[in-house]
Write a protein that binds this ligand. Structure first.
Ligand SMILES: C[S@@+](CC[C@H](N)C(=O)[O-])C[C@H]1O[C@@H](n2cnc3c(N)ncnc32)[C@H](O)[C@@H]1O
Length: 233
């Protein structure tokens, strides 16, 4: 996230106005505010916003974070005609009622040419993980279920495919859509085999190498997380 904000900030030559939809306790917002940007966090959870307030206060950045209880439907009222340079929507689109409407609202909140950073859970990675764990029924369910869920007790309401994301983003008016798969192998390797920082780094490097080689771009679809960077067209 820091690199995307740095690039936008360098292009505009000033601190950014950032929207963090579903920003929760500030995992993204706090570092951005520490870097000098102003972040408006919109989230329906009062508990998450209270934690965010405490973190912002401890970090001495309360003047650079505006926390508002709301969701995609209330963005227009929250921003009151203001537009932002950068919008983050990390781990949130899985939970909203209508992802297409939420992406349209986020596009509307962005300046022309403004940047979206979207992080969502990928469907195929859970299909592979469930099959490797011997949960073949759940693997099949995740593959065929329209929402990518492996069953009624799946904690996630929704997962996404790369093509589906590209269509949703184009329909919402985004251009220059780049989708990267992250945590491709890491998600499949048993945690007991990753017992040092060196192992974690080695796995992350393998993930990078996997998708950057010629002819292997399709492997991004196996990312446990799909990270999209796009521009409001
Ligand atoms: C998995 S957390 C992600 C938090 C943060 N973005 C991060 O990356 O650490 C999901 C967040 O989405 C929020 N959320 C749930 N439904 C939402 C909605 N309809 N609109 C916006 N945010 C929502 C939750 O309150 C929660 O804070």
């Amino acid at each position: 996230m820091g690199r995307i904000a740095d690039e936008c900030g360098a292009r505009l030559g000033r601190p950014l106005e950032v929207l963090d939809l579903g920003g929760g306790t500030g995992g993204v917002a706090v570092p951005l505010a520490e870097a000098g940007h102003h972040v408006t966090v919109v989230d329906p959870s009062p508990d998450a916003l209270a934690s965010l307030g405490r973190r912002a206060s401890e970090a001495g950045i309360v003047d650079r974070i505006t926390a508002v209880q709301g969701d995609g439907d209330t963005l227009g009222a929250v921003l009151a005609g203001r537009r932002v340079d950068l919008a983050c929507c990390h781990g949130t689109l899985e939970f909203v009622d209508d992802p297409a409407a939420t992406l349209r609202a986020v596009a509307e909140a962005l300046e022309e040419g403004g940047v979206l950073s979207l992080l969502v859970s990928g469907r195929l990675s859970v299909v592979f993980a469930k099959a490797i764990a011997g949960e073949f029924g759940q693997a099949r369910a995740a593959l065929v279920d329209p929402s990518g869920r492996w069953g009624n007790t799946d904690p996630l309401p929704r997962r996404f495919d790369v093509e589906q994301l590209e269509t949703l983003l184009a329909d919402a008016g985004f251009t220059d859509v780049r989708v990267r798969g992250t945590n491709i192998l890491g998600h499949l390797v048993p945690a007991s085999l990753v017992d040092s920082e060196a192992d974690r780094v080695a796995l992350a490097e393998l993930d990078e190498l996997l998708v950057s080689g010629p002819g292997r771009e399709f492997l991004r679809t196996l990312g446990n997380a799909l990270h999209v960077v796009a521009r409001r067209g």
